[in-house]
Write a protein that binds this ligand. Structure first.
Ligand SMILES: Nc1ncnc2c1ncn2[C@@H]1O[C@H](COP(=O)(O)OP(=O)(O)OP(=O)(O)O)[C@@H](O)[C@H]1O
Length: 252
């Protein structure tokens, strides 16, 4: 099941660049939350703080607290544990190119020491079904490489790979921006289905996409969270003039 996320006084830096400033928000379990805002406003940095990827950059720093369910991710858990519970999918599909479809999906489990063939077979099948890719690849699981799939299939493979280790949260950083409209629609359908089991955060430049898939939306500007509310409210009657200017296309 998905879990809620509570972010308190989150600040992040790259060197002296104070990239995120005093971010506070609560993300609801089993919903999709969209993050929008102009290029460079800090959306990707924010999601990278949620699975402790930000700190992998040597010049990066982060302060504040993030609770994912019961877990205080900066105090109670190792980065490895955090990244198991919080899966991530990136803008460009990044399957391991030389691995088969099967091995791509099984890779996280194998890293965690799982070797039992029957268990791996089950998890691979279930994950590919959840990612709506099973029917397209089931006959060539071990013959075809991840890289031989289409871009949209590769992205669903990356989603299956993320789901295989049984996360509670799925972070998606512009997951459809490199895809054609048909593949984009498949990813959006998938987000709808996945919400029942996972909490989803999606960074998107596409405001129609935010409106279609997300219950709540946050608008970032210059490292600050300007407004966070139901998606309907953000797109029909935002509280802040800057949100209104952005969603009506006056800047960004
Ligand atoms: N690896 C990095 N090293 C140094 N500065 C970085 C790095 N990544 C991002 N930044 C800076 O942090 C700020 C926020 O960038 P971030 O990528 O989080 O924004 P974004 O809203 O996701 O942008 P986009 O929509 O273009 O992806 C920008 O000023 C950017 O230049």
């Amino acid at each position: 099941m998905g879990v809620g996320i509570e972010v308190k006084d989150l600040n992040a830096w790259y060197g002296s660049n104070h990239t995120l400033q005093d971010i506070n928000l609560n993300i609801q379990p089993n919903e999709a939350t969209a993050l929008i805002g102009p290029s460079g406003c800090g959306k990707s940095t924010f999601v990278r703080c949620l699975n402790r990827m930000h700190e992998t950059n040597p010049i990066a720093k982060v302060t504040g607290s993030v609770r994912i369910g019961d877990l205080d991710i900066y105090n109670d858990a190792s980065p490895v544990e955090v990244r198991r519970r919080i899966g991530m999918v990136f803008q460009r599909p990044n399957p391991f190119p030389t691995m088969s479809i099967y091995d791509n999906v099984a890779s996280g489990l194998r890293l965690n020491g799982f070797r039992n063939r029957r268990v791996l077979d089950e998890v691979v099948e279930r994950s590919l079904k959840h990612a709506a890719l099973w029917d397209e690849v089931k006959d060539e699981l071990k013959k075809k490489s991840g890289a031989s799939l289409s871009g949209g299939q590769q992205q669903r493979l990356c989603i299956a790979r993320a789901l295989a280790v049984d996360p509670e949260v799925l972070l998606m950083d512009e997951p459809a921006s490199a895809l054609d409209p048909v593949s984009t629609a498949k990813i959006e359908d998938l987000i709808f289905q996945l919400k029942s089991q996972y909490t989803i955060i999606i960074v998107t430049h596409n405001m129609q996409q935010a409106a279609r898939v997300a219950e709540r939306t946050g608008f970032f500007l210059n490292g600050k969270l300007v407004e966070f509310d139901s998606t309907h409210k953000i797109f029909t009657n935002p509280r802040d003039k800057r949100t209104e200017d952005y969603i009506t296309g006056r800047f960004g």
